[in-house]
Write a protein that binds this ligand. Structure first.
Ligand code: SF4
Length: 249
């Protein structure tokens, strides 16, 4: 195929994807989270998965997904630097819903090389080192976890941070060539917590100790009441940099 035809095909494909995404956002504009999940879980059965960080949001989605289809893929990326409370929650979640969260680990050789070259806590030294750590411990395992999927469900919400304010319910992630579904996009923090409490959804006990957003132990700290909920993540960096790269925009 000539270069021109190949470029035209790629361009046409991108346009079609954009149009489909627009149509899907329009169609589900006023739909409930359950309606959205029911549609996508059935339409993309076997090709859809939730990436769970065990956050409040991901626990809400796990709860709702398990009511619709317990065989749907739900996975977590164990960076090896989680809080003990997060590991406890993995067990609790499996027990509560009768499922087994699929756990993806980083490549040990990459971790070994990184740690031996840059130190165990390299992320405090520079943004480049922090990105390297997130790349090796999160992004590479994510690529493996997403392999073969057409839809990636996330617990992202617009009001979580400045980096997420323009997000849509359905998006096309060109980096991973996948449809990204953000069913809780319009929920507030209060909506999420209310749902968790009302439905007795298992949650990370660190939330009760001032941790609104929980990631790896060395990169997460408690925040004061009223502070931005993401301000405890990579707190030594500027707010615009406070993403791990899983949700590049
Ligand atoms: S959040 Fe911190 S410890 Fe976890 S992968 Fe990123 S830099 Fe590494």
């Amino acid at each position: 195929m000539s270069k021109e035809i190949l470029n035209f095909t790629r361009y046409s494909l991108k346009i079609t994807q954009n149009m489909d995404i627009e149509a899907l956002n329009k169609r589900f504009e006023n739909a409930s989270v359950t309606e959205v999940l029911t549609h996508f879980l059935s339409e993309y059965k076997g090709e859809i998965g939730l990436s769970s960080s065990l956050s409040y949001e991901d626990q809400v989605l796990t709860h709702l997904i398990c009511q619709i289809d317990k065989t749907a893929k739900i996975f977590t990326l164990d960076t090896g630097r989680f809080f003990p409370e997060t590991y406890t929650l993995i067990d609790k979640t499996n027990l509560r819903y009768g499922i087994k969260l699929q756990v993806y680990f980083p490549d040990y050789q990459n971790v070994q090389k990184m740690v031996n070259e840059h130190g165990i806590n390299l992320f405090y030294d520079s943004i480049e080192n922090r990105h390297l750590c997130c790349q090796i411990r999160k992004i590479e395992p994510l690529k493996r976890a997403l392999h073969g999927l057409k839809v990636w469900i996330t617990g992202l919400r617009r009001s979580q941070s400045v980096t997420r304010k323009d997000m849509q319910l359905v998006e096309y992630d060109a980096d991973d060539n996948i449809i990204k579904l953000n069913p809780l996009i319009n929920w507030s923090e209060e909506d999420v917590i209310r749902f968790v409490k009302a439905n007795n959804v298992p949650y990370n006990k660190l939330h009760d100790k001032g941790f609104p957003s929980i990631g790896c132990q060395p990169c997460t700290r408690a925040v004061e009441p009223g502070e931005d909920i993401r301000s405890g993540r990579w707190w030594w960096e500027n707010p615009e940099h406070r993403e791990c790269g899983l949700h590049r925009r």
